[in-house]
Design a protein around this ligand. Structure first.
Ligand code: C2O
Ligand code: CU
Length: 561
């Protein structure tokens, strides 16, 4: 096990990922951010120095942070933001998990402004245990992209009377696309220097492509021309039995690894296409001249050191035979993918929470994301974790009673679970009932959830699914619609006017956000927190620099929120 150390300086920097200029917030001026690639069991240490004009916090999406809740990077939940001029050292280990992850800014909409990058954990048995061998391993970041400054988009969205979330202007693969400058005469643009990303892949063998949707709100459908087999091997860090397929549907926050075999005769260049699914933007259309498809080149080519001549090779001439399906549902999480090795879910849940989720116009005619009756706002000056630890230190558990943290069912934004020592790790069911026409891909920090079942309309009740009432085990395994080796992942969708039944074991001590990963929705408050294993938190001592972040004046902490 090694310590992988990084020094990052966060800086404001103008960028032009597709040729059109836009104010960005970056790590050392790079976009996408640098790749973190480690082995399972390593320690990741990232010294973040914030020289940008906004405060920030970096979240490690999908990392469990077991015993290091204050490294989770959720501003207002697990830490105060890193004010302009301040520094913070993230240090955590990655044990018990492998696969494809990413990191992103978790203050306001900074993840959209360039503060995002891949994080790959090679698990111990990765090399030996491949059901389909592969000879190279690549990362493919997908994201929607907006030309206007993200803070302005956010401000406009959260103004009185506005209901529609901003629409992307284009999409990027690995941070690149090519705009047609003539279509955007009012914006500074020079697309000529942009070369589309190229994946050089040796012919005749398998290659692992790790797709990540790191964007703000668009769903993507992904395929490679003339390659009709793209078996899935990994979903959000969970290895699965190779699942046949020829295209991917991927929601914001999700990741899939597939194997691409370079075995098509007669050609050596093909388009990889990632198209935003228009129909997920319910009732909205892309702005004029937007580009809804990002492309990359797949080139069969034996890899020798480095080819610098890609831009001189002919572009692919392939066409897409893909039927784009207007869907914003997860690729049937409940039936297509079986974890391998199996990860059986507990048969019983100790708690079952029914959470209604929707967007609504609230006070002052502002758009709010609502879970049951509450809408979440992070407390940037006094993060939940600090309030809980202070409460524990003062032998005062009012954090669980007085509304600072409220266990009441209808205050969905803050739920307390497993407070007391012994019965510590409780199993929790979440029935996420989506009352709204938009799909909501929900991400849980600090854990994966089993996706037991999902559907359209109203949750039919446990018995209708072949489960005992209140989730207590299978009624009749033969007649259950819950499969016996359900997928475990960290981002799962409640489709528009639909529901999803998630189960997880709340054994990770700390405060964990659970929120829609559509950034506009979460910024409007579509989120809540779980507090688990308070018993284990009694021993905790926050590092000094974690406290110090909160000493900055509140208006500094709020910059960029
Ligand atoms: Cu990737 Cu709280 O999110
Ligand atoms: Cu949402």
């Amino acid at each position: 096990n090694r310590v992988r150390a990084y020094d990052w300086v966060i800086v404001d920097k103008g960028g032009d990922p597709d040729g059109i200029q836009k104010p960005m917030m970056t790590i050392d001026g790079q976009f996408p951010g640098p790749m973190i690639e480690v082995n399972e069991g390593d320690v990741i240490e990232v010294n973040v120095r914030n020289l940008a004009s906004n405060a920030t916090a970096i979240h490690w999406h999908g990392i469990f942070q077991n015993g290091t809740n204050w490294m989770d990077g959720a501003a207002g939940v697990t830490q105060c933001p890193i004010a302009p001029g301040a520094s913070y050292r993230y240090k955590f280990n990655v044990t018990g998990q492998g696969g494809t992850y990413f990191y992103h800014g978790h203050q306001g909409v900074q993840a959209l402004s360039g503060l995002v990058g891949p994080l790959v954990i090679h698990s111990r048995d990765e090399a030996m245990d491949q059901p389909i061998p592969y000879s190279s391993d690549r990362v493919v970041l997908l994201q929607d992209w907006y030309y206007d400054p993200d803070s302005e988009l956010m401000r406009d969205f959260l103004s009185p009377g506005v209901e529609d979330a901003p629409m992307p202007n284009t999409a990027l693969i690995n941070g690149v696309n090519q705009a047609v400058c003539a279509n955007h005469p009012s914006r500074p643009c020079s697309a000529t220097s942009k070369h589309l990303p190229t994946l050089e892949l040796a012919p005749g063998v398998g290659h692992r492509l790790r797709f990540l949707n790191v964007g703000g709100s668009a769903w993507f459908q992904v395929a490679v021309d003339e390659h009709n087999s793209l078996p899935v091997l990994e979903v959000d860090g969970t290895s699965v039995k190779p699942a046949p397929g020829s295209a991917l549907v991927i929601a914001p926050g999700q990741r899939y690894s597939v194997i691409l075999t370079t075995d098509r005769p007669g050609r050596d260049a093909f388009w990889l296409r990632a198209r935003m699914v228009t129909s997920c933007f319910v009732g909205q259309t892309f702005p004029e001249h937007s580009i809804d498809e990002a492309k990359a080149i797949v080139r069969y080519r034996t890899y020798t050191k480095r080819h610098d001549d890609n831009e001189h090779l002919p572009l692919p001439t392939t066409t897409s035979k893909l039927q784009y399906i207007p869907t914003c549902k997860d690729m049937s999480s409940t039936t297509s993918f079986s974890p391998s090795p199996a990860l059986p879910a507990p048969e019983y849940a100790d708690h079952s929470w029914y959470l209604r989720v929707n967007l609504a116009i609230g006070d002052w005619r502002l758009q709010r994301g609502v879970m049951n009756s509450s809408s979440f706002r992070p407390n940037l000056k006094s993060p939940t974790l600090h309030r809980v630890l202070d409460g524990i230190a003062q032998n005062n558990d009012s954090f669980a009673q007085d509304g600072v943290l409220d266990a009441a069912f209808d205050l969905a934004s803050e739920l307390v679970i497993s407070q007391n020592g012994a019965a510590a790790a409780e199993t929790v069911d979440i029935i996420l009932q989506n009352m709204d026409e938009n799909s909501h891909p929900f991400h849980l920090h600090g854990a994966q959830t089993w996706v037991l079942c999902a559907g359209h309309g109203y949750f039919p009740g446990y018995e209708a699914l072949g489960l005992h009432p209140e989730g207590k085990g299978l009624l009749d395994p033969a007649n259950s619609s819950v499969v016996d080796n359900p997928l475990k992942r960290d981002t799962a969708t409640a489709e528009g006017f639909g529901w999803v039944l998630l189960r997880f074991v709340a054994d990770n001590p700390g405060v964990w956000l659970f929120h829609c990963h559509v950034i506009w929705h979460s910024e409007a408050g579509m989120g809540m927190q779980f507090l688990s294993r308070v018993d284990a938190m009694r021993e905790w001592e926050l590092p000094e620099d974690a406290r110090q972040l909160c000493n900055a004046p509140e208006d500094e902490l709020r910059k960029g929120a």
